[in-house]
Design a protein around this ligand. Sequence first.
Ligand code: ADP
Ligand code: MG
Length: 221
Amino acid sequence: MSTGMSDVTTKDLIAMFDAIGAMIEANKGHLSELDGVIGDADHGVTMNIGFSAVTEALAALDTSATEPTAVFNIAAKSFLNAVGASSGPLYATAFMRAGAAVKGKASLDREAVVETIGAMAKGIQDRGKATRGEKTMVDAWLPGAEAAEAARDAGQPLEACLAAAAAAAAAGAESTKAMLATKGRASRLGERAIGHVDPGAASAALILATIARTLAPEGPL
Ligand code: ADP
Ligand code: MG
C-alpha cells in the first residue's frame, strides 16, 4: 500500500495516546471538579486510570510488528479493564470501532484519520444511546467528527481537518453548559445541571485537541 510522507503510523498513534494520557493527567483535577458539580467527582480520576492503562500496554509493544488496528484494539481492552465508570465502555467502544476502521492498513492517510474519528464518535453514540443535546461527551465528539468530515469534503489537508474537529469539539463542550442532562448521573440533577460544563464533553475536547496537535504537528494548532 502507498504510504505518504505524512501518513500516520503505529508509532505516531502510540505517541498520540501518550500525549492524550499526559493531557488527561494534567487536567485530572479540573475534570473531577467539573464532575463534582454535576456527577460523582471521579471523571478526571477514571480517565487518568484508563489512559495510564492504555499507555502502559502500548509501551510494551514492538512497534515494528504492530499494525494500527492492534494499537486501537489494545487501547480498547486496557481502557475497558481499567475503568469501572460509564466512560469505560464508551471509550472502549470508540477505540474498538477505530480499530475496525483501520483494519488492514499499515498507516493512515487523511481519509483514514477522518474516518477513524467518525467511527469513534459513532461508537460512543451507539454504546451510550445519547443523541446531541443531552449534555454528554457526544456533544463534543459528534460536532468534532462532523467538522473533520466537512473539512475533508472541502478538500482541506489533514491539519485543517483536525483543527476543525478540535475547534468544534471545544465549542460543543462549551455548549453543554446551557443543556439539561438526560443521560448519565447528571440527569438526576434536572435544572441544577444548567450552567455547568459536562465533564465528559470537556475531556473529549481535550482529547480531540491532543489528537490534532500530535497527528498534525505542522498544522494551525
Ligand atoms: P460516571 O458517570 O460513571 O461516574 P465518568 O465520571 O467517568 O463516569 O464519566 C461521566 C461522563 O460520561 C459524563 O460527563 C458524560 O459525558 C458521559 N456519559 C455518561 N453517560 C453517557 C451516555 N449514555 N452516553 C454518552 N456519554 C455519557
Ligand atoms: Mg463520574
